[in-house]
Design a protein around this ligand. Structure first.
Ligand code: SF4
Length: 244
């Protein structure tokens, strides 16, 4: 099905877009989504990792308002079977097929060019190839990018505002749930009976690629299972220079 977004060049007057208004603390997540959809019809997309509960809440709230908003995920070809299963369940529930955004370089080609298991030797490079660059291409014609980012997810994220200009992707990044807690997020998921990743009930509060995700022990940080054993904490989608 064609989407007007694809054939329309991006016309974005950031100066005319009042970021501060979106960061008004009195706004609820739903109000922010309403404003974005109203301000950028046909130019708003939603990313979902299908690895944690906030993306499921975001997806539900956005699609409840407008089922034509493109929902995409970065298909690194290294996701867990449970993640692909969730994507199928979402497609069935909402009647919308999430868009897989992939690197032009398949995993086999990446192995041939850079050697096997690049994620073990240089995870920043691997994330750049498999996530960041494909997302740049995908967001080329979008003006607003809605994410499920929350401030309580990590130290880097704790400074994020609900609306920021992202110069790398040249979009306004909207995080309606920035101030939500884990508890509030799960309460919404349970209340609405939303589908979620089966691994979330098996010690994986945050699910990414198979080689870079492990279960976390009780008392560990929720994101301790991502890139465990390295200093890397982010894939580079929300924040640059994530390996310190
Ligand atoms: Fe590569 Fe790991 Fe990043 Fe996935 S999370 S793209 S496997 S480094």
């Amino acid at each position: 099905m064609s989407n007007p977004r694809w054939s329309r060049p991006k016309v974005l007057d950031v100066a005319a877009f009042d970021l501060a208004a979106f960061n008004d603390a009195s706004l609820e997540a739903g109000d922010i989504i309403d404003r974005v959809l109203e301000r950028f019809p046909g130019e708003t997309v939603l990313s979902c990792s299908f690895g944690g509960p906030t993306g499921m809440v975001a997806l539900d709230m956005v699609l409840e308002r407008d089922r034509s908003v493109p929902v995409y995920y970065l298909d690194t070809e290294l996701l867990f079977p449970q993640t692909y299963d969730l994507i199928d369940r979402v497609a069935e529930r909402y009647g919308v097929r999430p868009i897989p955004v992939r690197s032009p370089l398949g995993v086999q080609q990446q192995n041939a060019h850079f050697g096997n298991a690049l994620w073990e030797r240089d995870p920043d490079a691997c994330c750049n190839i498999r996530k960041v660059e494909p997302q740049k291409t995908f967001l080329r014609n979008s003006s607003a990018w809605i994410t499920g980012l929350r401030r309580d997810q990590s130290l880097e994220r704790s400074r994020s505002e609900r609306a920021v200009w992202d110069p790398r992707f040249e979009v306004i990044r909207i995080s309606p749930f920035a101030y939500w807690s884990e508890e509030r997020t799960w309460a919404y998921v349970r209340e609405r009976g939303l589908p979620y990743n089966d691994l979330n009930d098996q010690g994986y509060p945050s699910v990414g690629c198979v080689p870079c995700t492990r279960a976390v022990a009780i008392g560990e940080d929720r994101r301790a299972g991502r890139w465990a054993g390295s200093q890397k904490t982010e894939c580079g989608l929300h924040f640059q220079g994530t390996t310190t």
